[in-house]
Design a protein around this ligand. Structure first.
Ligand code: HAM
Length: 420
């Protein structure tokens, strides 16, 4: 094969696209019920947007960005996450102009990260996401978590775990930083200087580490929840109560700190055991400082992003596939008289909302029926000599073989299953 899709990317083929469309539509239907409106941002942005918000110690910025200079010498980066672009657009277009809160969502936005590809981990993946801007109350955090869970329910996905934590604000981070660094001293001294410098600048990143030595060393590390300021603590307690009341099960998970630097207070992930190593299906949290970092006013905000590929993998492993839409009618002509009628009949069916196609290569009657089968049509609609004379059609349901003769004028209704 001379050319293949670049490593870590994949084509979404016609045989699977219906699952994407079904998931995207289910998500959009659901979030519309909560008042979210879709936004689409460019595939690339100024590199600085991501460095400033995801943080220059994050893996995303240090190792994973697809950055390039364009012909005008601008530093640009393919979107490595969806939140900063949405907030940039929110600010640029003064979306707060009509008042807050503002509820925005994105549907299958492409996200690019240079990672080692494996099942469920790609260099281009797609996210569904919601951002709720302008509400400080933990009710907003609960709404976001509820929508994430209800999205999976709408996709027929079960057996999930919501992992919840709070990482507090600046003062919490400062106090916790010291405690965590002190605890990790024995490992830090043997680390390579670059990793060590990064860990010292942002010790929360150590909790993300995949290095078994680090994981072992941090097993009994102090927990950030014990360092929360009273306001953060009370918001976290309220969120836990709201979720309990809404019957959304969760586990408090001190190891969830998220890999992006913009989070404040609430952070959460939704995990599934169905994916092997890549168990995180969805991640999100509060990011009250992000808009200010972009030069806007301080604005409490909370959101999530969910990987669509991962959701679809789990959906498949749980046997929850939606039904693949099929073409309804394959029109078949027995002779030339029938052939000239096919085009107009197909046009009539399509204008009544019934999908229809036919052979354009002069195949024999037998070969036309075979083709109807191969493309998975529901019905073969046969126009023979007699049918043309009587203005009827023989309708054959291809799965059962059942045949009925119907008036051509009532064909659309018949195929739609409506009473004549
Ligand atoms: P994230 O946790 O980095 O958060 O990504 C969200 C989800 O995208 C993950 O839970 C995972 O399902 C999927 N994902 C991430 N990387 C890959 C990959 N390489 N291959 C396949 N799927 C992947 C964010 O991006 C935040 N912007 C979420 C957010 C929105 N926070 C607040 N608002």
């Amino acid at each position: 094969m001379p050319y293949q899709a670049p490593r870590g990317t994949h084509d979404i083929l016609p045989g699977e696209i219906y699952r994407w469309q079904a998931a995207e539509q289910a998500f959009l239907r659901l979030v519309t019920q909560y008042g979210y409106r879709e936004i689409r941002t460019p595939i690339f942005e100024d590199t600085e947007l991501f460095v400033r918000t995801s943080g220059d110690t994050s893996e995303v910025v240090t190792k994973q960005m697809y950055s390039f200079k364009d012909k005008g010498d601008r530093d640009l980066t393919l979107k490595p996450e969806g939140t900063a672009p949405v907030m940039r657009a929110y600010l640029e277009h003064r979306l707060a102009g009509d008042g807050q809160p503002v509820r925005l969502c994105y549907v299958a936005t492409p996200v690019f990260r240079y990672e080692r590809p494996q099942k469920g981990r790609y260099r281009q993946h797609h996210q569904l996401g919601c951002e709720l801007i302008g509400v400080a109350s933990p009710e907003a955090d609960a709404e976001i978590i509820e929508i994430a869970i209800r999205t999976y329910q709408a996709l027929g996905i079960g057996s999930l775990q919501v992992k919840l934590n709070s990482i507090g604000r600046a003062a919490t981070r400062e106090a916790y930083r010291e405690a965590l660094l002190a605890h990790a001293q024995p490992v830090l001294k043997d680390m390579d200087p670059e990793d060590r410098a990064r860990a010292e600048r942002n010790p929360l990143r150590m909790l993300d580490s995949k290095d078994p030595v680090m994981i072992e060393a941090l097993q009994n590390a102090p927990k950030v929840l014990d360092y929360l300021e009273p306001e953060s603590k009370s918001a976290f307690d309220s969120l836990c109560s709201i979720l309990t009341e809404a019957q959304i099960p969760f586990v408090i998970s001190p190891e969830i700190v998220r890999g992006l630097d913009y989070y404040t207070d609430t952070v959460f992930e939704v995990h599934s055991t169905a994916l092997g190593a890549q168990t995180a299906l969805c991640g999100g949290g509060r990011y009250d400082g992000l808009l200010k970092a972009l030069g806007g006013p301080p604005t409490p905000s909370v959101g999530f992003g969910m990987g669509l590929e991962r959701a679809l993998l789990v959906q498949e492993s749980q046997g929850a596939l939606p039904t693949e839409p099929r073409i309804a009618a394959f029109l078949i002509a027995a002779d030339d008289a029938g052939r000239s009628r096919l085009r107009t009949l197909a046009a009539e069916l399509r204008s009544s909302g019934i999908s229809a196609t036919y052979d354009m290569d002069g195949r024999s009657l037998k070969a036309q029926i075979k083709l109807a089968d191969r493309i998975g049509a529901q019905y073969a609609v046969i126009l023979g000599e007699k049918e043309i004379a009587d203005r009827t059609a023989t309708v054959k349901e291809l799965s059962s073989g059942d045949q009925t003769v119907v008036e051509q004028s009532g064909l659309a209704k018949h195929l739609a299953g409506e009473p004549k």
